[in-house]
Ligand binder design. Structure first.
Ligand code: FAD
Length: 292
């Protein structure tokens, strides 16, 4: 299904995010993840792109092509611009064209101390990349949004003003950063709508399945943790299997609440785990679009 179609007529989308195997691992290792997800039929699977990634690394595009052609599922590539020049983006657009990929999550990317080159100046913000991609082809372009504000923004208000620039530049769909407090997300949604951002926005859900992943995530994105979440995690932190189940249950609970409050889509950060994706999808898929 075309990206522009998936949320038409009030349909609630379910999309997945995966990441490519590490640089020294063969691309085939992704098959285990994709084989395990093939019966789940998300609306699309997006594939991340390394911070500081270069045009020479085609893993993201290759995997997006495999998802489409081998598994028959719509796919999207993430593309960051901080370390890429216009020439790099031109080359990547050629690679996407060769692979028949039109869905792009256009991102600035984070500063990466291990990047192979200095940050480049052609695209200071994701909105610059989005505007450029619009001149390059018939892409469906998505942008990232931050329910609690991006860490570098002075305020949520400023960040929402900048988000509007992405939409004005041509993003027709937004995917949110992970969050654990639905009220925070719904307040953000209301403010985004008031600011004139009227494109579909998917809520980013990250099931917390290990103590390390919780700590890493919170450090990276500064998501606030509601008492219900910290209590649950504290109760099971020394029991990995129970913690994983509690993380899955929390995510399911979050999704059901969001769907019943009318969100347009759920973007599931699967962490490449077919088990987690399957458990959550089986629980929530019948509730997304009942009667359709
Ligand atoms: P921008 O939209 O450029 O925003 C960055 C900062 O600049 C914000 O503070 C914003 O308020 C400000 N800003 C934006 N536009 C303007 C403007 N025109 N003028 C002034 N200020 C402005 N990272 C990866 O490396 N690879 C991935 O695959 C990846 N996938 C992601 C998927 C999702 C769903 C999300 C939410 C994030 C993802 N990220 C990924 C992380 C992302 O790259 C970082 O959060 C990065 O710091 C910001 O990227 P952005 O596209 O939101 O940047």
């Amino acid at each position: 299904m075309e990206l522009s179609e998936i949320m038409k007529n009030g349909r609630t989308a379910l999309t997945f995010e995966i990441f490519p195997p590490k640089r020294d691992m063969p691309i085939e290792t992704i098959y285990k993840t994709l084989d395990g997800m093939q019966d789940l039929h998300p609306d699309f699977i997006s594939v991340t792109y390394g911070a500081g990634g270069s045009a020479a690394d085609t893993k993201t595009a290759d995997i997006a092509q495999i998802i489409k052609e081998k598994y028959g599922t719509e796919s999207a590539v993430h593309l960051t611009c901080l370390y890429n020049t216009k020439e790099d983006i031109d080359l990547i657009c050629e690679q996407l064209k060769e692979r028949n990929i039109r869905n792009i999550l256009a991102l600035r990317g984070d500063r990466n101390p291990n990047a192979i080159r200095e940050p480049q100046k052609d695209f200071p913000h994701a909105s610059d990349l989005i505007a450029y991609l619009k001149t390059k082809g018939d892409y469906h372009i998505m942008g990232a949004c931050y329910p609690e504000g991006h860490l570098e923004a002075k305020s949520l208000e400023e960040d929402i003003d900048n988000l509007k620039k992405k939409v004005d530049a041509g993003a027709t769909h937004l995917l949110s950063q992970l969050f654990f407090d639905n009220d925070v997300y719904l307040r953000f949604l209301e403010r985004a709508r008031k600011a004139g951002i009227n494109v579909p926005i998917e809520a980013g859900i990250m099931p917390c399945t290990s103590k390390a992943s919780i700590e890493r995530m919170v450090m990276m994105c500064g998501a606030s943790l509601p008492a219900k979440f910290t209590r649950t995690m504290a109760r099971y932190e020394n029991y990995p299997d129970a913690l994983r189940e509690a993380g899955i249950a929390y995510a399911i609970d979050q999704i059901i609440d969001l769907v019943s409050r009318g969100v347009e889509g759920i973007h599931l950060y699967t962490m490449n785990s077919p088990y987690v994706a399957k458990r959550i999808t089986e629980a929530v898929a019948p509730l997304l679009n009942p009667g359709r």
